[in-house]
Design a protein around this ligand. Structure first.
Ligand SMILES: Cc1cc2nc3c(=O)[nH]c(=O)nc-3n(C[C@H](O)[C@H](O)[C@H](O)COP(=O)(O)OP(=O)(O)OC[C@H]3O[C@@H](n4cnc5c(N)ncnc54)[C@H](O)[C@@H]3O)c2cc1C
Length: 358
């Protein structure tokens, strides 16, 4: 069994930022990630050198000091969301109205190269052999002054066991409570608090269409639209800021149970774009689509109905750490500062590293 000082579980932004902080302190660690890629809810497929954000697209420099600082530290380029021109509004019965520009408050910014540049920039500061992909943690056992982490797929016997003096659990608390066995049992109060903490945006599906020409811009539209009839409920311009490709992107507004047929959702979405922006809008160069509610390492059964109101997040049941400090919580949904957002992912990583090494 491999023995380590610290194991970070989850290589989303929170886990990777915790790894960056540990590397900067000269601490030794490994990071176990269930998927075959890093980034978690940050997912950016590429087309013609442009990366489309299928997870988070925006940060808010005016109120997200950690993300703004990270963008600067990594030498990345942020740029404001394009919103010049009129918007569109689609009623319940599909009728379309033109509405005046609806500026986002505070101003939303995108990152050139997509949000994955945050992850890739941080990864460069971490020893490469510390990042272990395809390592779904299924059980964490508390021992006297350390913990044992078991890795394995559901229904299979654990394939690897690791020992560490400290664990940083950097995944949504609901997902952790629903999929990881904790030995000894967590208290009922803590388990319930974790299960009740919804995973922000886990019930959503996101669509991206890329074009060579932005016909909507040429017709005086910003690309921003709101729809009561769907499939997309909210649409924005998702173009490359230095020229093409140009993009329209949005959140699918229908319930996860009605999205099972991916091709049907994509076809209906292209039809909707045709109605909103003209006949060329239904023939993009490429389309990207991810249904986060179907992602085993993001969503649980409880996330199938998307939460619309932003909850107030906290460390679960007020615990930053449990098991006498052996296991500390990170992950955006454990942050009481911008919980659920990228900023919260960084804030929770800072808190967990501080708590684990106090
Ligand atoms: C569609 C969408 C749009 C969003 N828009 C925005 C936005 O515009 N601005 C913003 O600030 N935020 C936005 N968010 C939220 C933002 O993506 C999250 O706050 C942030 O990415 C959370 O990072 P995290 O590291 O805490 O969690 P995650 O990214 O969920 O990372 C958790 C990691 O743990 C891994 N994992 C899970 N189970 C296990 C296991 N058993 N063993 C090992 N590893 C495991 C996962 O694979 C994942 O890599 C959006 C999210 C989505 C889905």
């Amino acid at each position: 069994m491999e023995k380590h000082d610290t194991i970070i579980i989850g290589a989303g932004l929170s886990g990777i930022y915790a790894a960056f902080l540990l590397a900067r302190k000269g601490e030794s660690f490994i990071m176990l990630e269930a998927r075959d890629r890093v980034g978690g809810r940050i997912l950016c497929p590429a087309y013609n050198g442009y990366t489309a954000d299928l997870g988070p697209s925006w940060y808010w420099p005016a109120i997200n000091p950690r993300i703004a600082g990270l963008v600067e530290m990594l030498g990345l380029t942020g740029y404001p969301q394009y919103d010049a021109g009129n918007g569109r509004f689609q009623t319940m019965d599909g009728r379309i109205q033109t509405i005046s520009r609806c500026p986002m408050e505070p101003e939303s910014w995108r990152i050139s190269g997509g949000m994955i540049t945050l992850v890739n920039g941080l990864l460069k500061t971490i020893p490469q052999d510390a990042v272990r992909l395809n390592q779904p943690v299924c059980e964490i056992e508390q021992k006297t002054n350390h913990a044992i982490v078991n890795v394995g797929k559901p229904g299979q016997s654990p394939c690897c066991r690791y020992q560490a003096s400290r664990i940083i659990l950097a995944l949504p608390p609901r997902l952790a409570a629903a999929t990881i066995l904790f030995t000894p049992d967590l208290s009922r109060e803590l388990t319930q608090a974790m299960l009740r903490t919804s995973t922000w945006m886990a019930g959503q599906a996101k669509f991206f269409a890329l074009y060579d020409i932005a016909d909507w811009r040429n017709a005086g539209f910003s690309g921003q639209a709101f729809s009561q009839s769907g499939p997309l409920g909210e649409i924005h311009d998702g173009s490359n800021h230095t020229g093409g490709p140009f993009g329209l992107t949005g959140f699918v507004g229908i319930h996860a149970a009605q999205r099972r047929n991916k091709q049907a959702v994509i076809q209906a979405t292209l039809q909707q774009l045709h109605h909103l922006y003209g006949d060329k809008a239904d023939s993009p160069k490429t389309v990207f689509y991810t249904d986060w509610a179907m992602e085993r390492y993001t969503a649980t059964e409880y996330d199938q109905r998307a939460a619309h109101d932003h909850p107030r997040f906290h460390p679960p049941s007020g615990h930053a750490c449990i098991w006498h400090g052996i296991l500390c919580f990170a992950g955006s949904e454990t942050s009481d500062v911008f919980g659920g957002y990228l900023e919260g992912a960084l804030a929770s990583a800072e808190r967990s590293v501080r708590a684990a090494f106090q």
